[in-house]
Design a protein around this ligand. Sequence first.
Ligand SMILES: [Fe+2]
Length: 318
Amino acid sequence: MSINNNKKYKESRRIWATTRAHLEADRMKYKRSGKKSKSHWSLFEKVLQFFLIFMKLFNIYKRGYKNAKNIKVNKIDLYFPDLPCSFENYKILHLSDLHIDSIQGLEDIICEKLNGLEYDLCVLTGDYRKSCQGSLKTILRPMKKLKDCINANDGIYAILGNHDTYLMAEYEDIIDINLLINETVFIKRGNDKIAVTGTDDPFYYFTDQAIIALDENINCFKIALVHTPELYDVAAENGYNLYLCGHTHGGQICLPGGIPIITHQFEGRKFYKGLWKHNSITGYTSCGCGVSGIPLRFYCQGEITIFTLRKGEADIIL
Ligand SMILES: [Fe+2]
């Protein structure tokens, strides 16, 4: 639904929050396939703590931690035949998987990288805190600090990931970001417009509302924001032009050559990292800014991405 319809929007948000609260309390993964399975994240985190001791013993920890703080700025031009002329050279800053409390001072590192960069719109594709549970209080200050570093004339639009809680919506005004929860917003330039649709996380908290949001009858250039790549086919079938996501961290801990050991993604796994194409949709899976599980990266650099939209034939052949 469009977020312009105030009464309908508030009712829709109320229903969503009630449903999401129930799903979170259940601590299960609700998948699009209809499967419901237990989340093993807490167990996974405990296993990683043993891994961490091993790393510290062999002094690999320091190197991995330094890698995790070394975030690159990736600038990518994307070509679309259907791009409205007024959006030629439109710049989108994409930040994903901030996990802003995973590394001390991460917000300062990101702010320093953002300094001097130019963009029109900022999108955040989920996972703001390190843990999947617990208080949100620890991330409010760094998130607000980061938000104050972002200078996007067309605003900041954010979606929720599997590490995020429905309570984020209560802090939307405090952090001063606009959440898109199965909702669409329009950005206008003269007579032209583009639509940005954001869904709730489909990795733990899939509901049909995510499909319904992508299925809305919208006739313009469309961008989908989804935490994971797994709704790529739905977005493509519904004529979306661009799909931005994260979640996988590009593997985070990889073998030489960037080969991931774990991606936490089965559906859409082939799109676990970087630029991809499916039929007429172009997608990008960010390696993310932050880290989860353990504060280390190997052979997989964190990233801040700036896309420049250009009118023309798509330039990627995959
Ligand atoms: Fe994440």
